[in-house]
Structures are given as C-alpha cells and as structure tokens.
Design a protein around this ligand. Structure first.
Ligand code: ASP
Ligand code: MG
Length: 439
C-alpha cells in the first residue's frame, strides 16, 4: 500500500486533475489518494467565513458566487460525457447550496469549520467522478469516517488506524481509494480540520495508520530545495534527508511540507517522498530515518518572528526562573522557537502574536521586557553540524555584514538558527548560499 497526496496546484486545473489520474494509474499498487482543495479554494472559504464573522452577509454572498462561478467553469473542462457532467453539476450545486444556507443561519466557529471543509469535499468528489467517467475502478473514502482529533486538537492515531483498517477490510480487491486531506472530526463529532496546509499531515497520518510502504507528497516543485528558490537563483533539490533534518527545514520555513506531517511517518518509520506532478520521473526528495553525509545540506527562513528579551539581574541565576518564564508562554498556548540565555537575560522568539500583550504584561513581573518585531529566523540544517569543523565559522563569516540578534547552536546536531531583522533576510540567504554550497 502507498499513500499519494496531491496538493492544491496539482488538482487546481482540469488538465492537472487528468495528470493526477495518469499518475495514480501508472502502476497497479494498492494506494490511498489524498487530495487537497483546488488551489485558491481554501483561501476563498476563509474569506467567506471572515465576512460572515463580521456580519457582512452581502460580501459573503458575493464571495460564494465568485467561487461558485470558478467551479461552474471547471467541471465541463474536467468531465466530457453528459452523464459525468450531470454528476459534476449536481455535486457543485449541492455544496454551494449548503454554503448559501449557511448565510441564513447565525454564524459560529463550528459553522466556519463546515465552510472550510467544502474545498476538499468538492475536489475529491469531482475527481472521483472523473475516475468513474473513465471506468477506473476506485473507492470513495470519506475522511470524516475515520480521521479524528481529540480535545487538544491532536490526531487520534490509534483510533484512526482501527477505523481505517476496518473500512479497508471491506474492499480487499480494490486498488485505488480516494479521500480528503485536511478535514476531520473533532471530539464533539463536529467537522474540523488539521489547520492550513494540513493535507500533508493527513497523508502522513493515513500512512502511519495503515503502515504503508511510502507516503508520496506530490506538489509542483521537484523536492525540498537547499535554499529558498524565490530568493536565491541557484538552488537544487536535496535527494535525501533524515526525518530530523526534514522536520527542522519544514518547521523553519521550507514551504513544501507541513511540519507536523513528519512525526507520524517517523513514528511508523515510513519513507516520505516529495515529488513533482509536472516532472513525475524526477527523483525528488526522499526522507527516511537514515542519517547520511555530514555538514550543511540546506537553508530555510521563517518570517514573522518576534523576539522577547526578559532582563532580570535579580532572578536569572535563581533556579526556577526559566520555568516561570516558560509557564507564561504555556498558559497562553504560545510556542517558543528559539531560546538564548545569558547571566542577566533570556531571549526567546515566538511567531504567534495572539496573546502577545498578556504575555508581556505577565513577564514584566520578572524584570524588564523588550520586544523586537519583524525578525526572521534563518536555519542552517544538515547532519552533525556541530561536529563538522569550521562550519560555524563559515556561517558567521557569510553573515559578517549583518547584525545577528540571536544564535542557537548545539540544540540538535542538525541545526544552527540565527535571528536577523527581516530586512536582511534575502541578502543573508544569498550570502550563505554562496559561502556554504560550492558549485
Ligand atoms: N486546503 C487546505 C489549505 O489550503 C489544506 C491543504 O491544502 O493542505 O490549507
Ligand atoms: Mg501544502
């Protein structure tokens, strides 16, 4: 069994959906196909929810109509026979009627999550109709029948596995299963989701749940690159990464893979492959538990970072001080990315500013607090970075022209993180690219 997940751009145009159909029928292996919503759809659904939350029903209606038009233009391109087109039309009608009904009832968060789920429901149903039209035997597998999260929004892997296995047992002869990424049920049995970009996470969870041979993540780029291709001219795909290296890269900014999607595959020791729909024979990136090679493999950058410094001559040396500081962040469910300490101060970074005000207020009980917004974390990722001679010196040399606000080194063997003001990011990435990768 293998898992093949296709992202928004891979299903975003009728011809792309046809390519997906070609890719899943290239071999006769048993597979679960996980689809995202068509590109742009989830953003549109978010904006419909926002308009409703603000009580702007006319605006919400306008946005629903625009999206509706998009689908009405999409399906006749996708489906050719009269019978299939009828089905496609009906699917679209059903989901847009649903959205229009929501306009009439009072809005709440549960309704918002129902709105967000429409994208994946539409994409999978339309794709399944295409398979039916072409007489490709497949089973439609609603994610809401098996994908679930608990009261802390954590996926219930054991339950998911039990449910999915028992559903699959009903179809011993079938080779192709089609399901939705992103969407799930929560502990109140309401429709929920795995957060933006969560289809990768779905794929990895499904892989772990059925113990698949591989989880393939199909996108529109040929694997994880050694630097940000939007910033640096010459980047190249990395053939092999360990789970730990991939997790650092995904977390610290490589957009190709949702960071949470590493752990289920790692836990079940299932290789993850990042592949390109447009270049299906390119090797892409393979992520496994194997640690290969030493030294720097890739760079990533994460924007929108805020640094918070707590300075306290009185308390820093006292045991329990860091605990108190961390408890404040824990209380507001805000995770910390980087930490550095000195005798008199501790600096941390966060990217979620939802509770910033309260956090700063509570930290002020311990000392003076300074906040620097608009920072970027640059992460240098590889294997045994600390052990490879001269690497840190090289990194610092590349960055000699830029003020570095924080450095985190030695936390793992895979990562050196540096915090710079956002305005230095692009130049710093280019300079590191030249200095660290020679070709
Ligand atoms: N459609 C969802 C999103 O755009 C999930 C995903 O594509 O991974 O965030
Ligand atoms: Mg994605």
């Amino acid at each position: 069994m293998k898992i093949m997940k296709f992202g928004g751009t891979s299903v975003g145009k009728p011809e792309r959906m046809h390519q997906v159909k070609d890719l899943i029928t290239r071999d006769s292996e048993k597979k679960i196909v996980v689809l995202s919503a068509l590109s742009g759809t989830t953003n549109a659904l978010v904006s419909i929810g926002e308009a409703l939350a603000e009580g702007k029903k006319d605006l919400a209606k306008e946005r629903i109509d625009t999206l509706h038009k998009h689908y009405l233009a999409f399906f006749p391109e996708l489906l050719k026979t009269e019978a299939a087109r009828k089905k496609g039309e009906k699917i679209i009608q059903e989901h847009f009627e649903f959205l229009n009904i929501l306009l009439k009832i009072s809005f709440n968060e549960a309704i918002n999550r129902d709105i967000l789920a429409q994208g994946e429901l539409l994409s999978t149903k339309l794709f399944y109709t295409l398979l039916q039209e072409l007489d490709i035997k497949a089973v439609f597998l609603p994610a809401l029948d098996f994908m679930s999260i608990d009261e802390n929004n954590e996926p219930e892997l054991k339950k998911i596995s039990e449910k999915l296995k028992s559903i699959l047992a009903n179809y011993p002869q079938d080779r192709i299963f089609v399901t939705q990424g992103y969407i799930c049920k929560n502990h109140r049995n309401e429709v929920d989701n795995l957060k933006r970009g969560g289809s990768d996470y779905s794929a990895s969870l499904i892989g772990a749940a059925v113990n698949s041979e591989v989880v393939e993540i199909w996108t529109d780029i040929d694997g994880m690159h050694n630097n940000d291709p939007r910033v640096v001219d010459k980047t190249r795909p990395i053939a092999q990464l360990s789970f730990d290296e991939a997790a650092e890269l995904a977390y610290f900014g490589a957009k190709i893979l949702h960071p949470a999607s590493i752990w289920p595959a790692q836990h079940a020791n299932i290789p993850v492959k990042l592949l390109n729909t447009m270049e299906p024979n390119a090797p892409g990136t393979t992520i496994t538990s194997k640690e290969q090679g030493t030294g720097v493999k890739a760079l990533a950058a994460k924007d929108g970072i805020t640094a918070i410094k707590i300075k306290s001559t009185r308390m820093l040396l006292a045991y329990g001080f860091l605990r108190k500081v961390f408890e404040v962040f824990e209380k507001y469910k805000t995770s910390i990315d980087m930490i550095t300490t000195s005798e008199v101060a501790v600096s941390v970074t966060i990217d979620d500013l939802t509770h910033m005000k309260q956090i700063v207020k509570e930290l002020e009980a311990f000392g003076t607090v300074e906040v620097d917004k608009n920072q970027t974390i640059i992460s240098v990722v590889g294997n045994m970075i600390a052990e490879s001679k001269g690497t840190l010196a090289n990194i610092m040399d590349c960055l000699r022209d830029y003020p570095i606000r924080m450095v985190s080194y030695g936390g793992s063997r895979h990562n050196v993180s540096l915090l710079v003001e956002a305005k230095y990011k692009n130049d710093a990435l280019r300079s590191l690219n030249e200095g660290l990768f020679s070709w």
